[in-house]
Design a protein around this ligand. Sequence first.
Ligand code: PXG
Ligand code: PLP
Length: 440
Amino acid sequence: MTAHVVPNALDAYWMPFTPNRRFKAHPRFVERAEGMYYFTPDDRRILDATAGLWCVNAGHGHPRIVQAIQAQAAELGYATNFNLGHPKAFEFAGRLAALLPGDLDHVFFTNSGSESVDTALKIALAYQRARGQGTRTRFIGRERGYHGVGFGGISVGGIARNRMSFGSLLPGVDHLPHTHDLARNAFSRGLPEHGAELADALEGLVALHDASNIAAVIVEPVAGSTGVLLPPQGYLQRLRAICDRHDVLLIFDEVITGFGRLGAPFAAELFGVQPDIMTLAKGLTNAAVPMGAVAVRGPIYQTMLDHADAPIELFHGYTYSGHPLACAAGLATLDVYRDEALFARAAAMAGPFEAALHGLGDARHVIDIRNLGLVGAVELAARPDAPGERGQEVFRTAFDRGLLVRVTGDIVALSPALIVESGQIDEAVGLLREVLASVP
Ligand code: PXG
Ligand code: PLP
């Protein structure tokens, strides 16, 4: 399909999270993008129902963000943030602090969600030590959690394939049970009714290890990567209460749920649950320049400044922390979210999105549909003896028909940019229905 791409030229690039042999035998390319659409080298239009990879929340190639990056590249392309400041990093941190819920008022910059997660875990350990609770070194993650691909992230993450090849990982990590329960909650609209009690497993782990050994619990408020697993009603509130009872930090990984995805600025606000630390990436810069961030509550930052035992309070940082292009992109992105009222728009489109998605309830292979804000999933029955194959075929067939979806196993996830129009929702769902009918 891409005449001017020579097959041998594909060999050098070891593609991430991709079956390289299969892809290179049947490659698929996009060359440019605008708004809700990608365009292939032969100029076919692909409706992007995934906002890139849950990240291009303001749509592709937003002119204000493009312009900000271009201007910044010409003015200051790079400056280290170690012992040297540039204004936009401070401005961006301040804008984020104002936007973030509660007293999440201090922001550490990274370059990805994975780096944000590993940074958050390190901050949790250093903070516990700084406040005289250095025995609190254990972490608690969750089955089917995705927290990126750093050693910390795969350790607290709950995906066997992301862990099994990589040795002994971080010691001292336990996992809560995941909350996905089709037997009780299939075809829920919004938050599922059953399962808040699954949070009580945290009490069990505290009883086993004693709170004095536990640094933090980390969860995605809504698990994205493993197939849009929604928290049961009351579940996150219960987790928060148990963390409070035992003085354990609660980290929300909002890499996907942040910046309007759920129809509120952050999941923490939608659920009314305040985490102690929040990890961010993706929508932070509309993915136009890679960037991540970790936000912490005032007392954590203050404790580090007051009690950490060296003039440098946190021995941690990246060459590209606070990169000027990323800060410029991030500032422009926040302007766009504000001026186009995109979080409110996501909330307004959530109803039409839910209605259209649940219209697929009678489509072939479908065993569940679930949704919240502008994220949704259609779970398909797996082929006996070939789990994931139907999903892969749906992905390829959809792309050939002009629709980009995200597929995890046999779960099709949709997370359109917050600029999506109702006609585009209908188009995406209509195409998906045709694809499901044509894939055996
Ligand atoms: N935490 C969460 C909750 C994420 O969703 C990361 C951390 C890591 O971010 P980086 O920027 O390091 O990739 C993510 C990323 C998928 C998929 O299959 C999702 C992500 C990444 C790759 C694939 O849906 N989310
Ligand atoms: N490896 C080497 C040899 C380095 O010098 C550095 C940074 O100076 C790194 C890794 C870390 O790179 P980054 O700061 O981009 O994460």
